[in-house]
Design a binder for this molecule. Structure first.
Ligand code: AMP
Length: 326
């Protein structure tokens, strides 16, 4: 189906249902919360007689400034609802056990479409954030839809966070146009950026520790293992520690950077890169994601070593065949 037809099909479904539940992925980030809350705002404002919910199990305190989700609803409500899952590439990563009980399911996402689930599957890998897809959807049907400043702020926040503050390669003319369209709703950008940048002193101190203690491989992978002990020493939560992934993003010659964070029964891996693609690392170790930003799971130090060696081999090959990287 062509892009416009898919968008029309989604709008038709939205119009058809009296009750719509928006879901998003586990370990919520700015883009999944922004797209969920932004879409909720658009639907509530445009269709005041419908019941619109944004529901997820786990939260993220640092994103509360863009709004909060709704409490869980009964199974009966799911049974009569349209479910829209945003920013979630694979069905298993939806942070809501009830979504498959819904009457119909729509996937709206910008990751590689490895699991084309849903009665309607709308994937735009040309957009750097799910919030761009929602903003573009809104822009397409602007004559029929409405949005408030809160909705625009939530979408803006997701775009800001998923593009590394508008730095990554996915920033196209169309994305800037969508940012401009959202700005018409009076977004307070100082409010957004203050909420995203201001940090507890403990987090800055742990970042200092990360910068003093990260390791480098021979070909250019920077990595750090954040154990429970070190996270506790700085009085931080696991989320604070996970947020440090980009502390290693600007070290000359290190084209892939990785943080390993201890959880109770597994080690979460966050992998990022510039110039070279790193998603193969995620895919090899029980994960996936975007070409240059992916996640994985490992279970012990041996696997950490193997994963780092694999990432190193990717950088080695890239550097052998390319020039002009920094
Ligand atoms: P993260 O470092 O967890 O923010 O992940 C970076 C990107 O990869 C995000 O867009 C995630 O949605 C995606 N991702 C992380 N872990 C997985 C996984 N296990 N499977 C598929 N995608 C993932």
């Amino acid at each position: 189906m062509a892009d416009l037809e898919l968008k029309k099909a989604i709008l038709d479904k939205i119009k058809e249902y009296d009750s719509i539940i928006i879901a998003r992925h586990i370990r919520p980030d700015g883009d999944c919360m922004g797209s969920s809350l932004g879409l909720r705002d658009i639907l509530r404002t445009s269709f005041p007689n419908k019941k619109i919910y944004s529901i997820g199990k786990s939260g993220a305190d640092y994103l509360k400034f863009i709004g909060t989700e709704d409490s869980e609803v009964s199974e009966d409500i799911y049974k009569e609802s349209l479910i829209i899952a945003v920013d979630t590439s694979v069905k298993d990563r939806i942070d809501n056990d009830n979504v498959l009980k819904g009457k119909e399911l729509i996937k709206i996402d910008h990751h590689l479409n490895v699991d084309p689930y849903g009665d309607i599957c709308y994937v735009r890998t040309d957009f750097p954030a799910a919030c761009c897809i929602i903003a573009d959807f809104y822009d397409t049907f602007k004559d029929e839809l409405k949005m408030t400043k809160d909705g625009a702020t939530a979408l803006f926040c997701g775009m800001v966070t998923d593009t590394g503050r508008f730095r990554y390669a996915g920033m196209t003319k169309r994305v800037y146009e969508l940012v401009g369209m959202l700005m018409e709703y009076g977004i307070d950008t100082e409010f957004v950026f203050s909420n995203l940048y201001i940090r507890e002193s403990g987090a800055l101190k742990l970042e200092g520790w990360v910068l003093n203690n990260y390791k480098e491989t021979p070909n250019g992978v920077a990595y750090i293992h954040l154990t429970k002990k070190i996270i506790k020493k700085y009085g931080l939560t696991y989320d604070d520690a996970a947020a440090l992934v980009n502390s290693l993003d600007s070290i000359k010659g290190n084209l892939i950077w990785i943080i390993f964070i201890d959880l109770d029964d597994q080690i979460r891996v966050r992998v990022r890169s510039r110039y070279v693609e790193c998603v193969a690392v995620g895919q090899k170790y029980r994960g996936g994601g975007h070409p240059r930003a992916c996640g994985a799971t490992v279970y012990n130090k041996k696997e950490i070593k193997e994963l780092v060696e694999y990432a190193d081999s990717i950088v080695k090959e890239y550097k052998a065949n390319n020039e002009g990287w920094l």
